[in-house]
Design a protein around this ligand. Structure first.
Ligand code: PEP
Ligand code: MG
Length: 759
């Protein structure tokens, strides 16, 4: 058993580090001949244009001339049968099977024993792997092995294939037509700009290619980094001599000596001279050397591949450190990365940042919410995003459909330039709504507030005519520091926002960290962070953090009076009562410290945990208002991680189950006349606005960029229309039906441009 696992791991590891798809496939074929004692191995891949055609990409043990020349349609031949049925086939007389088509002059007629399995990723057949031999039939174990391998390799193959179509040639031009990648819509809008790949993680695998004109300076940087690492290693070995076993110290010395090694240095220098930057050349050298070790049969030597990679990372960190000091951001920067964080956004000067494209994450990840707040489009969760190859390339980002066009051709560029012009017209039209009240066409007033926390400048939202801040995410000022902010620091932040809105209410939410909002200085390690120590659960366990924050809020409210406090992640009344006890203590302290009586501001609970929906009446009996966090509520109700791109398609706040929960909240809170607002992303989605008003929720909080769009929608329908649309939506069984119904209604009013590129 463990030997099967070892064999699997070795192949998967080797494929992961293969430089391109062809090497990966050849490597798999080589290994399978050995591991399954086969005489021949063939690997067919499906064409990527959905034509259901399979092409022989790699073969071993047969006439090598056939590679690339044999094709089969799905359903044609045994290979096509495997692809069409998406099932493996194990035959003792494969060559006699009624579907078998002999490849002429291949030599396969000598190998009648046949075992083939499909390669499937995300419900799609990517290809077929088959092994053949003369002699004994393949056993069930062999079939299980090949099936397991194909399942494990599917994502790597998909990834390698997408990278393979994207090869750099010559001096940095790219041999490809427009490369279209599809993720999920993160934040609406469109942009045309230049990709900039950040290398915060200093991970060799994610270093992009970057063609430079000054190779001499790259060589200098490289030699400097090597010298630095050698010195570090020697010092480390000296320092650790007394505390580490001798062999560990010897490893440091061995590392330092490896950096004297001719081939590691010479190979890299040779590549730098061809025009790529030092980090990418170093990446390739390290990979090539590590692969040689990895393929060795002796487990001790194979293990040395890890040492090489470790050394590679050390040098890379030094190289990037020098590089990061001289980043020159393009005017229209499109930030591209495997996983873009809030801190990455902060690294780019705001007048340069025009879009983000991230391989991981989804539309409700916090970084997407931040992009929305900044008014820039975001495409999230793009499987197989060729991050390494994208640096410096032109990219068109469509944040409405979640699509990015890499190295777009003239046609795509012209199309999107047209859309951008149309969008500018729509925006001009929306500007006429600034300062106008948000009322439905049958005169129902709707309260629109803004979500804030990132931007210091509140002028744009005030100009749009918002009636205050519906959600101020206080964790953002906590995240951009390297320690907890003091009471005074927080006091000034809160005072500024309360001042900016004058009489208008400002809802400050207490610290909501945990889940996908980490604090670098307060690390939490959990198997299920979203079901773990988050939001109010942390602040209740750390009353010193909680009380400092509430004191700062109450102090900021002295002489102002527009503060409201909101508690996140409330799952029941007990947490509220405990929070209220601490908040009252903070109030008593402030009264004593400042020698004056202050009033308690309105206190609200976020409704974002399903238990709170079912206990809404109980919760309303102890708070002054509730605000629904549809992002988390959707994640918990549908059991769909808001950050996981594998299930991003399943995340929809327009799901009928979420709509039913929202209705239940509105009805439950209505018994005690407790005001209900919504501050999740649904409130800023034009379709969400229609649904929420239909439920009777008429207080919405959203990003600044959504305010005028929401106003447009509100003014275009009557409340009666939206109520009857909701009655239909809530009876549907799938969120795509709900989305389609609302989109059609929006289109009928000529408002399709609010939810897609172009008018
Ligand atoms: C929500 O969950 O909908 C919400 C508004 O809070 P956050 O996105 O900050 O978790
Ligand atoms: Mg939340």
């Amino acid at each position: 058993m463990s030997s099967m696992l070892n064999r699997l791991q070795r192949i998967v590891q080797a494929v992961r580090h293969a430089p391109d798809i062809q090497h990966a496939l050849d490597l798999i074929a080589d290994r399978l001949i050995i591991d399954l004692t086969a005489d021949a191995c063939t690997i067919f891949l499906a064409s990527t244009d959905d034509t259901e055609e399979l092409v022989l990409k790699s073969s071993r043990g047969l006439n090598p001339d056939i590679n690339g020349k044999v094709t089969r349609r799905f359903g044609q031949g045994v290979v096509g049968l495997i692809a069409a049925r998406a099932e493996s086939i194990n035959l003792t007389e494969g060559t006699k099977h009624k579907c078998f088509i002999l490849v002429p002059n291949s030599g396969e007629d000598s190998f009648p024993i046949y075992l083939g399995v499909p390669i499937i990723s995300h419900r799609k057949v990517l290809g077929v792997i088959a092994v053949q031999r003369a002699g004994e039939a393949f056993q069930e174990d062999d079939e299980a092995f090949l099936n397991t391998l194909a399942a494990q390799l599917a994502t790597s193959i998909e990834h390698a294939e997408s990278q393979g179509r994207f090869k750099l040639v010559g001096s940095g031009t790219v041999e490809s037509a427009t490369h279209v990648v599809k993720g999920v819509a993160g934040a609406p809008g469109m942009a045309i700009g230049e990709a900039m790949v950040l290398n915060r993680g200093a991970n060799l695998a994610s270093v992009p290619n970057k063609w430079v004109t000054d190779s001499d300076s790259e060589i200098r940087n490289f030699k400097h980094a090597i010298r630095n690492v050698q010195e570090d290693l020697t010092t480390l070995a000296e320092r650790m001599r007394d505390s580490l076993p001798e062999e560990e110290c010897a490893l440091f010395i061995a590392y330092a000596q490896m950096l004297n090694s001719g081939s590691l240095i010479d190979d890299t220098l040779r590549d730098i001279e061809k025009g790529n930057w030092a980090a990418a050349c170093w990446r390739d050298t390290i990979e090539a050397h590590a692969r040689i070790f990895e393929q060795m049969e002796d487990p001790y030597l194979a293990e040395r591949a890890n040492d090489i990679r470790d050394l590679g990372h050390r040098v890379l960190r030094k190289l990037l450190l020098e590089q990061s000091l001289m980043i020159d951001f393009p005017k229209q920067t499109i930030l591209v990365g495997e996983e873009i964080s809030a801190i990455d956004l902060a690294d780019v000067p705001s007048d340069c940042l025009c879009a983000i494209v991230s391989a991981h994450g989804s539309g409700s990840s916090h970084v997407a919410i931040l992009a929305h707040a900044l008014g820039i489009p975001a495409v999230m969760g793009v499987p197989n995003l060729p991050v390494k190859q994208m640096d410096g390339l032109k990219v068109v980002v469509d944040g409405y459909s979640g699509t990015a066009y890499i190295d777009p051709n003239q046609e795509v560029l012209a199309e999107y330039c047209g859309y951008l012009e149309e969008e500018a017209e729509i925006e001009l039209d929306l500007l006429s709504l600034q300062g106008k009240p948000a009322v439905t066409s049958d005169n129902h007033a709707v309260v629109l507030r803004v979500n804030s926390g990132l931007m210091a400048d509140h002028t744009p939202s005030l100009r749009s005519g918002v009636e205050g801040v519906g959600l101020y995410r206080t964790e953002i000022p906590f995240q951009i520091r390297d320690r907890f902010p003091s009471e005074d620091e927080q006091y000034y932040i809160y005072k500024n926002v309360l001042d900016a809105f004058g009489e208008l209410p400002v809802v400050l939410r207490t610290l909501d960290v945990g889940g996908d909002k980490p604090l670098s200085y307060f690390p939490i390690k959990e198997a299920n962070p979203f079901l773990g120590w988050r939001g109010v659960r942390i602040t209740l366990d750390h009353p010193e953090i909680f009380i400092t924050q509430v004191r700062a809020m109450l102090r900021a409210n002295i002489g102002r009076g527009n503060l409201q406090i909101l508690l996140p992640m409330i799952s029941g009344r007990k947490e509220l009562e405990e929070s209220l006890t601490i908040m009252r203590r903070a109030k008593d302290e402030i009264e004593e410290d400042f020698d004056q009586v202050i009033s308690m501001p309105p206190i609200g609970a976020m409704i974002e945990v399903p238990s709170a929906v079912y206990q809404i009446e109980d919760i309303c009996s102890v708070v002054d208002f509730v605000s629904v966090g549809t992002n988390d509520l959707t994640q918990y109700l549908l059991a769909v991680d808001r950050n996981n791109e594998n299930v991003a398609d399943l995340f929809s706040s327009l799901h009928p189950a979420v709509l039913k929960a929202l209705k239940q909240i509105a009805v439950g809170a209505g018994y005690s006349n407790t005001p209900v607002s919504v501050c999740g992303e649904l409130a800023g989605d034009p379709l969400g606005v229609m649904a929420l008003l239909g439920i009777g929720i008429d207080s919405l909080s959203m990003s600044t960029g959504s305010i005028l769009k929401a106003k447009k929608v509100i003014k275009s329908f009557t409340m009666t229309e939206m109520k009857s649309m909701f009655d239909v939506a809530v009876k549907m069984s799938d969120s795509s039906d709900v989305r389609r119904m609302y989109s059609e209604r929006l289109d009928e009013r000529g408002l399709g441009g609010l939810i897609r590129a172009g008018k």
